[in-house]
Design a binder for this molecule. Structure first.
Ligand SMILES: C[S@@+](CC[C@H](N)C(=O)[O-])C[C@H]1O[C@@H](n2cnc3c(N)ncnc32)[C@H](O)[C@@H]1O
Length: 311
């Protein structure tokens, strides 16, 4: 049976909705094709070249084009690789390495990772900050926050405090953070390649529920951002109402601006018209990545800046 037919049979409403986005055989095939394993080398623990040379003795590595520390690797079970247990490498999906690169944190800054667990991106941010400055890594789910803490310990992250709050809590710290990552909770269509249940359990009412949470979180994040600071909004899903709609909402309600993202990554056209609504042309600067673009998870990434002297 073709991928298209399997998806149509498993969840007809899902098929109907996303065939309005893209309707090629390739698109449907990559929505369900199992993901390639990728890793990020953790330079907090050892130099990049030392870890790469060691891994090459045993595995085939292929560089992830958009992240210096990222590699595709031919391993079945990462948990059995000693470098993983030692925190020298972290299993992280290749497209999920993009948001911290776009965020561009620097040593000494104050950074908020508003939806942080299990912490793959927090660890990457700490790596770019060389463990200097401070990251607040937040997640409201205690079980997930515990995994986050364990991962940060394994990765040798020392500049991070973990909090367990609804992200909206941070709205009270007005104009405070140099950079904020909002890697938002979402319907996770990109993760179908890892977990089939994201297809079987997909429901339109959940997409709408996520959109409402995302709008609340992005407004809180923008409020907590310093003038001149950078906010990165990302999801691992393809629905326009969880992506372009949420960023468009922020652009309409505030003085936020988008910045162009210049990375060697293939993208799909941002959606500027959807279900009778028209979104800002600014959204052309965001990255919409479909699974068939680079053989990765789906991702959406927008780089938002707060003007100096702004709200
Ligand atoms: C896409 S995952 C984050 C992945 C993480 N950034 C990483 O790279 O490892 C989204 C997270 O948002 C959290 N979340 C759900 N509701 C939230 C809320 N109201 N405020 C902040 N985080 C929330 C979920 O518990 C989940 O861990």
């Amino acid at each position: 049976m073709s991928a298209r037919d399997r998806i149509k049979e498993t969840n007809p409403a899902f098929y109907e909705r996303y065939s309005m986005l893209e309707d090629t055989d390739e698109f449907w095939e990559f929505i369900i094709r199992p993901l390639r394993q990728s890793i990020r080398v953790n330079t907090l623990k050892a130099p990049l070249d030392v870890v790469v040379e060691r891994l090459k003795e045993e595995f085939e590595l292929e560089p992830v084009p958009w992240v210096r520390e990222g590699f595709f690797i031919n391993v079945d079970n990462l948990a059995k690789v000693p470098e993983h247990s030692l925190g020298l490498i972290f299993g992280q999906e290749a497209s999920s390495m993009i948001p911290p690169v776009v965020l561009g944190p620097k040593p000494g800054e104050l950074v908020l990772d508003m939806a942080a667990a299990p912490g793959s991106k927090t660890g990457q941010i700490a790596q770019y900050m060389n463990n200097e400055g401070c990251i607040i890594a937040n997640d409201p789910k205690i079980s997930r926050a515990n995994v986050l803490i364990a991962n940060l310990n394994r990765m040798g992250v020392l500049n991070t405090r973990v909090s367990v709050k609804d992200g909206v809590y941070f709205a009270r710290f007005e104009n405070r953070f140099d950079r904020i990552l909002l890697d938002a909770p979402c319907s996770s269509v990109g993760m179908i390649r890892k977990k089939w249940r994201f297809l079987t359990e997909w429901r339109m009412k959940e997409v709408v529920r996520y959109m409402n949470i995302q709008k609340r979180l992005i407004m809180a994040a923008y409020r907590a951002l310093k003038p001149g600071g950078t906010l990165v909004y990302s999801t691992c899903t393809i629905d326009p109402i969880e992506n372009e709609e949420v960023v468009d909402y922020l652009l309409r309600k505030t003085d936020a601006r988008l910045e162009r993202i210049d990375l060697p990554v293939k993208t799909s056209e941002p959606i500027l018209e959807w279900e009778g609504r028209t979104y800002s042309e600014e959204l052309r600067k965001a990255l919409r990545i479909h699974p068939n673009d680079n053989d990765t998870e789906a991702f959406f990434i927008a780089k938002i800046v707060k003007p100096e002297g702004g709200a």
